[in-house]
Write a protein that binds this ligand. Structure first.
Ligand code: ADP
Ligand code: MG
Length: 345
């Protein structure tokens, strides 16, 4: 930690950070003990991992770094009821999703962790979920920062991509097909269920909860779409909002076909109004939204097959700016507003 307010230092030195292993026998665990215990696995690819002032990374010859940061704040991005290992998974997954959207291959990440207290059960679960996903993607933790404060997890991921091959938001051309991976809306439906605004029980609730808590970053699809997709973005804030970023960056418009948006049985069972909210406005899907020329439809399908993920054509890029959404009968639908941290109620 580079700097801290004097009051924070005083309170930390006078009381220490107390571990909560058993109410009766609190054991002081310091910042460096917890880093050593939970976040210091040896690195295999980095020149130097955590433990010094900087990590040292050697990009492969001729590669460009792709770098992205996402912070997760308790109560904003996750509920306090989330299992620690699911939180470890999701914190890294949302970052890997950004690399996927750029067609970058993940290499390394850093972890800035702000914790209200040292809770060993939480840390063990969090580290397990985090490292499991890291290992699945051959990516390693190379450093970070650990401070006391409201629970916040900030991860920076680094990936590599050949120069000029990164997928960008700008690049969609009129006439391109609009595609999406996987299925949308389950994570938003889980949020509605947690808020008591959707009645889901048993297996159905567990299904959508898994989608919300354990998103699968579409890294393999992003890699397979290099040289095929004209533009791409990952869906974190809702389809309409994220598509808007692509349209503005590319200087184009689009028509989106609501009936073609892929979704599962639980979203299908919702009311029409709720389904629209889940599909058009719901965030946290972490699927890829991308554009490609109609001549490349077979290549897109092959990329999906190679990555083991479904891809669906849901609209068309057009010259006329703005977004038009139509239902199955071709009637206009008013788009849902995207999630915005400062506009949301
Ligand atoms: P500095 O004082 O140079 O900022 P710190 O005291 O913050 O260093 O951290 C000491 C070492 O531990 C650094 O190498 C840092 O990268 C690593 N580190 C700190 N927190 C974490 C964490 N949450 N996960 C992984 N490594 C960490
Ligand atoms: Mg530091």
């Amino acid at each position: 930690m580079p700097h801290a307010l004097t009051g924070v230092i005083a309170s930390r030195t006078s009381r220490g950070i107390r571990a909560t292993i058993g109410e009766n026998a609190p054991m002081p665990v310091g910042e460096f003990d917890l880093i050593a215990k939970y976040f210091s696995r040896p690195v295999r690819h980095a020149v130097l991992g955590g433990g010094d002032d900087c990590a040292l990374l050697q990009p492969r010859p001729g590669m460009t770094w792709a770098v992205s940061t996402d912070a997760l704040v308790e109560g904003r991005h996750f509920l306090s009821t989330v299992a620690p290992d699911a939180l470890g998974h999701k914190a890294l997954a949302v970052n890997l999703s950004d690399l996927a959207a750029c067609g970058a291959r993940p290499v390394a990440f850093t972890l800035a962790l702000t914790l209200p207290r040292v809770d060993e059960a939480f840390l063990a679960g969090f580290a397990a979920g985090l490292y499991a996903l890291a290992e699945a993607h051959g990516i390693e933790l190379v450093g970070g920062d650990t401070t006391a404060g409201p629970l916040t997890i900030c991860i920076t991921v680094m990936g590599e991509v050949p120069p000029g091959q990164a997928l960008r938001r700008a690049g969609a051309r009129p006439g391109d097909d609009l595609w999406v991976s996987g299925r949308l809306g389950d994570a938003r439906l889980a949020l509605e269920a947690f808020r008591g605004q959707a009645a889901l029980r048993g297996e159905a609730f567990e299904d959508v909860r898994r989608a919300m808590e354990r998103p699968q970053p579409r890294v393999a699809l992003g890699l397979a779409l290099r040289g095929i997709a004209s533009a791409a973005i990952d869906l974190s804030d809702g389809l309409v909002g994220d598509l808007g970023h692509v349209l503005r960056a590319s200087g184009v418009g689009a028509t989106l076909r609501l009936a073609d948006i892929p979704h599962g049985e639980h979203v299908a069972a919702c009311t029409e109004a709720q389904r629209r909210v889940c599909l058009l406005g719901g965030g946290d899907d972490y699927e890829l939204l991308f554009c490609a020329a109609p001549a490349d439809r077979e290549r897109v399908r092959a990329a999906g097959a190679e990555a083991g993920v479904a891809v669906s054509r849901i609209g068309t890029i057009e010259v006329a700016k703005g977004l038009r959404v139509v239902d199955g009968a071709g009637t206009s639908v008013v788009p849902e507003r995207a999630f915005d941290h400062f506009l949301a109620s």
